[in-house]
Design a protein around this ligand. Structure first.
Ligand SMILES: Cc1ncc(COP(=O)(O)O)c(C=O)c1O
Length: 450
């Protein structure tokens, strides 16, 4: 990958005005009227709000034909890029034989075998439709296994939209003393707040103290091994593993982001720490809805429906579309692509270059900021020192984050609200253009805030 000296870059904040067709304008207005969540475009600048027209590889186009380099990637799933030929071929071939049966099919069996082959903790597998479902069922299984109700999660971690997960996540403003939880939505039954204990990520001593005090009430501990974009401090995951194993409390890794993104074996393989259960989603299925729960056989087997007839403790966990051939067959096709030599190396190379380019643009602009994460998923924070958990990240100036995203969008670069997702489809030219856009956006931001 070649890079020009940054000083030669044409730094201009005069991004061309965004042109919207009347048709796209109509779609945006209708979306705002029909859906309470509107277009779900992540911008705060009304002029940048858009509807998607199409996406291919590392690029996405709005309905007016404006083109963006895409680091949102549908919130992570498109590790191979949009509309990858392997995904399209699988969809075409599989759909000819039916799209959903409830009863298991060959694609689902093949996927289950692949997961067991690659994911260290996977002895058995259950298939669902989203990351939220996978974490939801992981918590239920842990409760049945332990015959206890409470869950320990980490402050600032996100595990999906269900009631038990929406506690003290990344959008939490308050900082009550640990282990008190704050629900992140109205409408969550008040009783659930006390069923979730909160611990600080990367602080093993506090985690140890909370677990020592509450171990007899705990059903499970759930964490993102890379929490958002905060990497675990050396010894942190190992320490949590040891403590939970000592009390026989299932440790659940939420690898909905890191699974198949950090490598075929996810974060658990990368860090060499094996949890008892693991939730997967996003990158595994090329944009098709899929959530996977996998883990220790003795825990997973609790979901065998025969146990209900035998009056044994049983976790009910299935659904109409679970194991459907489209999601599972596409996931097999995606995994086959990811198994090809060089794919992860390419993602690593692109992400490393982008992270370095972003750090350099920060230094060049003189703005106070840092970069966290791993090459395949990283983020910028406008803080004095590099954050490592939720409370340190809360020091970040969120106005600058939002403004930076909008300035990037004006330069034709789309990112997720709190992340850059990298794909194997991003090209050297994308990287060059993106780094130029980082420079432009950050120097503009520096001017605005000085
Ligand atoms: C770590 C993590 N867990 C769970 C989820 C929920 O997945 P889904 O949106 O597929 O329900 C997400 C989604 O962003 C996530 O990032």
């Amino acid at each position: 990958m070649t890079t020009r000296a940054r000083d030669e870059r044409p730094l201009t904040d005069k991004a061309p005005a965004i042109q919207r067709t009347r048709e796209e304008q109509r779609l945006i207005e209708e979306a705002e009227r029909i859906f309470p969540t509107g277009t779900r475009c992540l911008t705060f600048d009304g002029e940048l709000n858009f509807c998607v027209g199409k996406a291919k590889g590392s690029h996405i186009w709005d309905a007016s034909g404006n083109e963006y380099i895409d680091y949102l990637l549908g919130s992570g799933p498109h590790l191979l890029g949009h509309a990858h030929p392997a995904v399209l071929d699988a969809l075409e071939t599989i759909s000819k034989n039916g799209t959903s049966f409830l009863i298991i099919n060959e694609n689902a069996v093949d996927l289950g075998k692949k997961i067991i082959e690659h994911v260290p903790c996977a002895e058995m597998v259950s298939l669902h439709n989203s990351g939220s479902e996978a974490t939801f069922f992981a918590l239920r299984l842990a409760r049945v296994y332990r015959k206890r109700d409470k869950i320990l999660k980490f402050e600032g971690a996100y595990h999906g939209m269900h009631d038990y997960a929406l506690m003290s996540n990344q959008w939490t403003m308050g900082t009550p003393p640990f282990p008190s939880a704050i629900p992140n939505s109205h409408g969550i039954p008040g009783v659930l707040k006390d069923q979730v204990l909160i611990a600080p990520f990367n602080d093993l001593q506090t985690v140890a103290e909370i677990i020592a005090k509450h171990h007899d009430e705990l059903a499970g501990v759930i964490l993102e091994p890379v929490q958002r974009t905060f990497t675990p401090r050396p010894g942190f995951l190992e320490g949590v593993r040891e403590i939970t194993a000592n009390y026989d409390i299932p440790l659940i890794f939420d690898e909905v982001v890191t699974g198949f993104r950090m490598g075929l074996g996810g974060a658990q393989e990368a860090y060499g720490v094996t949890p008892d259960l693991c939730a997967l989603g996003k990158a595994i299925s090329g944009g098709l809805p899929l959530g996977v729960l996998c883990g220790r056989e003795d825990i997973m087997a609790i979901a065998n429906p025969r146990r209900r007839l035998q009056m044994l403790p049983y976790s009910m966990q299935t659904g109409t579309f679970s194991s459907n051939p489209l999601s599972t067959g596409v996931a097999c096709a995606v995994i086959a692509e990811l198994e090809r030599p060089g794919v992860y190396e390419r993602i690593e190379e692109v992400g490393t270059e982008l992270m370095a380019g972003l750090a350099e643009a920060i230094a060049h602009s003189g703005i106070e900021a840092s970069v966290t994460g791993i090459p395949s998923v990283f983020e910028i924070w406008f803080t004095e020192s590099k954050p490592f958990d939720h409370r340190s990240a809360k020091q970040s100036d969120f106005y600058k984050n939002i403004r930076f995203s909008d300035l990037l969008l004006r330069q034709g670069v789309l990112k997720a609200a709190e992340k850059f997702f990298v794909s194997a489809a991003h090209t050297d030219e994308d990287v060059e253009k993106s780094i130029t856009a980082f420079h432009v956006a950050l120097s503009q931001l520096a001017k605005e805030v000085s």
